[in-house]
Design a binder for this molecule. Structure first.
Ligand code: M6R
Length: 612
């Protein structure tokens, strides 16, 4: 949902800003812009509609824009169509204040009306223009410094923001503020940086500062000062980022998505070993005690998109293994239905970015009701990670492709480990079963590697169906959760309409959509549901469907029913999602490539959804 960057130092800012925006393009890519200043000269603002390459061209790779202080933005449109005019930076008409913003100013209409009465004019449809002009208004009205003007604005607006602003009277300085949208700051060698996410500045520094909610900062070359809302200075310690720069590169793969699919074994292995020592799970880093685990009455998973599908799988796994009641809910629905939570319930938020607005709101709702929260999060220091009572970090490393793959798999691993520990602590499994389950989890990384070996066959099959109009994914139990994820992967990067159905539900309406040649993907990894699934597949086959079956090695009789089969290694039935999802990710990837689409940056999407 938009990416922002900023730099002030000795070097020319524009190439640094452009490079940072390149690393953030996954956050939005319908237009981009930079504003750069040299000393107290007026700023140069350059904007371009469309992908970042247009801005690179317009600025001659940044070389045509001179100045050592600047801000930049890559946009995912919320207010106003994607256009050069609506692209950031936005400024006051006299160029007194120039800014970039990620988030949404909900009260922007009221601000526009108020400022219009005061003589301000608006030239774009954006909420950001209202925000910038509001800061300009307070700066001039009270003749106050930038920090006070921003603070005054912050307490008067509603919405979310990561904001970076330059003031005409303060050459070489950038002022930032944050509420509910991500932003990190960094400092190295007499220079200072800001960005929406770590990869944007990782090349320059590993020492990163997390700015808190409702805090501000002032950046000058080699210096960052933090302020609270009262304008008082506050101290912060940097966090050392462990990721290497290569983790955020394509590493020889054509797309980040393919690279990240190949990183799944490592992501899962690292996540497992973060809490698994000497043949036992140790959740002390997560902060969950045996007593807390025993006292949980009910678990509520809240998440969005693929992370919600992790919750869907978790519901089956945790209920069955630990015999604890589990509900999974779309985070966007959770808070508006006034959820009834018990005092011993546990709310588990699942999120790669740790910044998804709806998931964050769900965590806050739970906390407001005094309910314990646990976050399964990938991005260290993200808002959800900081606000939850407990954090289970997935160690997937930076995930760049908009379509999640390795983070989803790492989240599944985290859920399995929680489920097995809950099962042990609540007396639902004995030591022997615990060892067996843990052994199966520990084998998953190498089994995922094995699954990847089948990619050429999947590529062939994907090319054959790249022109499909509709694709249906069917499954029962955990296989239904896998079908949900397979279907989302397919539609989000191939733009082919697809639906996931609980196989038993299809005949209650949706089966009328099956026509001659419609591709139906059946997921059959649950032995106890295998025959029922076969019957459901026969039902659609007799209505003309072309069938792909996804099952475990050994179930070779499936070939009597389906037209194309993909096999996965055998594991405990609770953990099959980790293996079955891989061929579905690969299939979506190859269909997207065969259709000539932008795999890593599908239309209309953004990696991190920081608006409701
Ligand atoms: O960062 P999060 O895990 O909270 O993001 C949740 C969803 O936006 C995300 O999983 C989305 O559905 C992906 N694009 C799916 O590939």
């Amino acid at each position: 949902m938009c990416g922002i960057v900023g730099f002030t130092g000795k070097q020319n800012a524009a190439p640094i800003l452009l490079e940072g925006l390149t690393r953030l393009e996954y956050r939005g890519y319908d237009s981009a812009g930079i504003a750069v200043r040299e000393g107290d000269k007026p700023p140069v603002i350059v904007k371009a509609k469309g992908r970042l390459k247009n801005l690179y061209e317009k600025t001659n790779d940044g070389m045509a824009v001179i100045g050592a202080c600047g801000i930049g933005h890559t946009r995912w449109a919320t207010h106003g169509e994607p256009s050069e005019n609506n692209a950031h930076p936005h400024c006051s008409d006299d160029l007194n204040v120039i800014g970039v913003h990620n988030g949404i100013i909900e009260s922007y209409q009221q601000i526009r009306e108020k400022l219009t009465r005061k003589g301000y004019r608006f030239h774009t449809e954006t909420d950001t223009e209202a925000l910038i002009k509001y800061i300009d208004y307070y700066y001039k009205k009270y003749n106050m410094g930038p920090i006070d003007a921003i603070a005054k604005t912050m307490v008067r607006i509603r919405g979310s923001y990561a904001l970076a602003v330059m003031f005409r009277d303060y050459p070489g300085e950038i002022f930032v503020a944050r509420k509910d949208s991500p932003m990190i700051l960094g400092m190295e060698d007499g220079e200072a940086y800001l960005a929406s996410d770590v990869p944007a500045i990782l090349k320059y520094t590993r020492n990163v500062y997390y700015i808190g909610n409702m805090e501000m900062a002032r950046l000058s070359p080699g210096k960052i000062t933090f302020f609270n809302l009262d304008g008082d200075e506050i101290e912060k310690e940097p966090t050392l980022i462990q990721w290497d720069t290569e983790a955020a590169e394509k590493g020889g793969f054509q797309h980040f998505m393919m690279k990240e699919i190949h990183e799944e074994p490592k992501a899962v292995r690292d996540t497992i070993h973060s809490v698994c020592h000497d043949g036992a799970i140790d959740l002390s880093a997560v902060g969950l005690t045996t007593e807390e685990i025993r006292n949980v009455d009910m678990i509520h998973f809240v998440a969005c998109g693929s992370a919600y599908h992790v919750g869907a799988a978790a519901q089956y796994v945790m209920e069955d293994l630990a015999r604890v009641r589990v509900r999974v809910e779309l985070a966007s629905e959770f808070r508006y239905r006034r959820p009834i939570l018990g005092k011993n319930d546990l709310v588990i938020a699942v999120s790669q970015s740790g910044e998804t607005a709806d998931t964050l709101a769900a965590i806050r709702e739970a906390k407001a009701q005094g309910i314990k929260t646990l976050a399964i999060v990938n991005v260290v220091g993200s808002t959800i990670a900081r606000e939850a009572d407990h954090v289970f970090y997935t160690l997937a490393g930076p995930e760049i492709s908009v379509a999640t793959t390795k983070a989803y798999s790492a989240q599944l691993a985290a859920v399995y480990l929680l489920a097995v520990q809950f099962a042990l602590d609540r007396g639902m499994v004995d030591g022997q079963t615990y060892d067996k389950l843990l052994g199966d989890i520990l084998r998953l990384p190498e089994q995922i590697e094995k699954t990847l070996e089948d990619k050429e066959r999947i590529q062939w099959f994907a090319a054959k169906f790249s022109g499909a109009k509709d694709i249906f994914f069917l499954g029962r139990g955990i296989d239904y959760a896998i079908a949900l994820e397979g279907s989302l992967k397919m539609k989000e990067i191939s733009y082919i309409h697809s639906e996931a159905y609980a196989a038993g539900e299809l005949k209650h309406g949706t089966i009328s959509l099956i026509e001659d040649g419609t591709l139906v993907v059946g997921v059959l990894t649950q032995e106890n549901l295998y025959e029922k699934m076969i019957s459901n597949l026969v039902e659609v086959k007799s209505r003309g469907a072309y069938l792909m079956g996804l099952t475990s090695y050994g179930n070779y009789d499936i070939e009597d029913t389906v037209d194309f089969t993909v096999y996965i290694p055998k594991t405990d039935p609770h953990f099959t999602a980790s293996l079955a999802v891989v061929p579905l990710q690969l299939m979506a990837y190859y269909v997207s490539v065969a259709r000539g689409l932008d795999v890593d940056k599908p239309r209309n999407l953004a990696k991190s959804v920081t608006v409701e």
